[in-house]
Structures are given as structure tokens and as C-alpha cells.
Design a protein around this ligand. Sequence first.
Ligand code: SF4
Ligand code: SF4
Length: 397
Amino acid sequence: MTSIKNNTKEKRGFLNKEIKGFLEGKRAIGVGFATKETMYSPKGIPSADITSLLPEAESAICFALPLEKDKIRAYLRKDLPHGRVDHNKNNFDTYIKIIKICEELKKILKKRGYNAALILPNFDYRGEGLRSNISQKPYISLRYLAVRSGVGTFGWSGNVLMKGYGAPILLGGVVTNAKLEPTDPLPESESVCNNCKLCTKVCAFRFMSDDEQTTVTLGEQTFNYSKRKKIARCLMVCGGYSGLDKTGKWSTWCPERHPYPETDDDVYRIFAKELDRPIRFHVREEREGFDRTQLNQDPVLKEVFSGKEHAARVFKFTNLSCGNCQMICWGDPEQTAENYRILINSGCTIRDDEGYIDVKSCDEAKKYYKIKYPDTDQELTPKQKEYVKLIKECNET
Ligand code: SF4
Ligand code: SF4
């Protein structure tokens, strides 16, 4: 890239083009640009504020990389022994690719005299320690950036969907003080969401509403997706603390069991009981998965995560067990319906006597686990009562 001052529309467009070319060269499947103005939230949504990671930021760049669909099918089918580990590896390897692309782009922009900061694609939340993990509020929402800059559109699930890919994509982003030309959101006609609402049915604790919607306004453009219930519902399931679907007829990869929480208080209570429990996800004879050692050894990753030890720890130790709302939706109604069929016929996981995950029919699986009912279980300890208060606060403010 040659050095330019981008103080005219033409020069800004030129810089856009160069960045787009760089990202497409890295196999990005969509690239978009937003500015402080196009991301302006009249409600003051903190994660729409692109200056939160770089106070002088004027623009943001957003892009997407796809996940591998054959691995998603094996994951949804609960193929043993590698179905879970292979998809987990593909997901985290893709995150690492995104981080490295962002870091390279950041350095290119810096060489040109601009300042820039990367947006970590996951696990970097506002707030301290446990509170940040329970609230799950990103500094900058990559989903907002992606829909506002035209990388994709919201599906009913609230995930970002792209034509030809659906929802199994991961997003990356960089903020910079360079002025870039904003790109427009995609028109409604480009949406690949057909409102099948299967995404709501593959969420074991029904995080997303079937009929109520949320509206977000960014830079005078309005976007809609499903209204969400309390984030603790997703954290219980996606976090690997409970895996049995509301219907009792299938599970995620998680072998832990709680009854479907009818009320918010039920979910806070079971979440408080589980919060300190270590999570272990191993399938007998599964192959080596995501190389976690690179987070301590790779110089680029060490630099990116320096000062972000909490995010690095979560990155390192997270094991995927759900993500169903994203993984089933391929942007093609027949494929999505097939993914749904595969998942609800995939059986139930159990933890065997040696602690390994196995898959059984749901009837057979019932012999292996006891559903922990929050109100008949032993009373909450004083520490768990404190957790309930914290969880409630994080979910309701
Ligand atoms: S599964 Fe996908 S296509 Fe169907 S409603 Fe949900 S987001 Fe839309
Ligand atoms: S990731 Fe899983 S638990 Fe979270 S909202 Fe999606 S389907 Fe529900």
C-alpha cells in the first residue's frame, strides 16, 4: 500500500479499495466499512460505540470468514469420536486466523500513519472478571458492524447471515482513526432468513422469542431480530452446564442435566449452582483438537492477548457444546431443515463412569443421569446466593 492522506471522498474510497483487496486476498467472504456516524446509536448502546477500543476511532472495518460445513454436519449428528473436536478446532482455528488478519491490517494502517486497534472476535467483554463473563457485553459488537456495513443481514436468531453461507461465519473487525467511506447495509431482498424459526427450536433453554422482536437503530437505519430472554439461558447451555432440550428428546454435546427453567429465577438459581463447576469435554479416542499452546507461544497471539489475560484464558479453555442457533442455519431452507432433522435425531450425551462423553438414545441416556431440580436440590450455599444476586444484576441491567 502506498501512503496517502485520506481527507477527500476519492482518497477515502481508494483506501477502502486497498483494505478490501487485502482482506479478499486473505479469503474474506465479505468486507464492509462503518463510521462513527453510521454506527451512531440514539439509545447510546455502548457496544455500537466504535471509539470504545480506540478513542480517536473514525471508522471500522468488518469482514467474515466461513466455517466448514462438513464439520458442522458431523457436530450436529454427534459423530463419535471426532464430531465435536473437529468442529471445535475449525471454529477456534478460524478465530486465530481472524485475529492474525486483523493484526496484519492494524500494522498496515499504522505503517501508513494511522492508529488502529483490533476487535477480539470473542470472549473480550466489558467489566471485570466474573461480572464480564456473566454479562457478555462486547466492547464493540461485530454483529452490529456487520449488518450496518453490509457484510450480512440479521436472521431471526440475531446471528448474521450471508448469502451462500448462512449463519456459520465468524466476524472480524478493526477500528481506526483513518477516515473510510461507509458501505450501505444490504437491502431486505438480500436477506436469506425465511423466518422458519428453527433457530428458536434448537436452543435447549429457548433463549430467543418465537414472536417478539428487538429493534436496533444504527446511523438512522433500523434492524430487527428476535427478542432475547435472559442471557443466563444461553450461558447455561452454550457454557456447557446443561444440555437437555426442553422437549427431552435430544441434547447438545453437554452431558449435564437440568430441567427446562420456566422462569428467570429458575435459570439464575441453577446457573448459580453450576458457576464454580469445572467443565470437562472429552470423548474417548477423539483426535487432537485446537492447539491451545499457541496462545502462550505464538508471538503475534502473545502480543494481542497481552493485558487481556482473562480473554486468553477463556479462549484457551472453552469447548464448544452448542452454537446450534448459528450452526443449523445455512441460508437455504432445505439445508437448514435437514440440519434441524439431523440435530433432533442425534440422541443425548451422557458422561460415562470414566468421565468421557458418550452418545445414547434419549431413553437409554435417562438411566445415566439424574436431572437436578433446583427446588428439590440442597439449599443454595451463601456463596451461591451471592452468585444469584450477581447473575440477576448482570441479566437485568
Ligand atoms: S433458522 Fe435461520 S432462516 Fe430460519 S428463522 Fe432462524 S435465522 Fe431465519
Ligand atoms: S448458542 Fe445455543 S444456547 Fe446459545 S442461544 Fe444459540 S442455541 Fe441457544
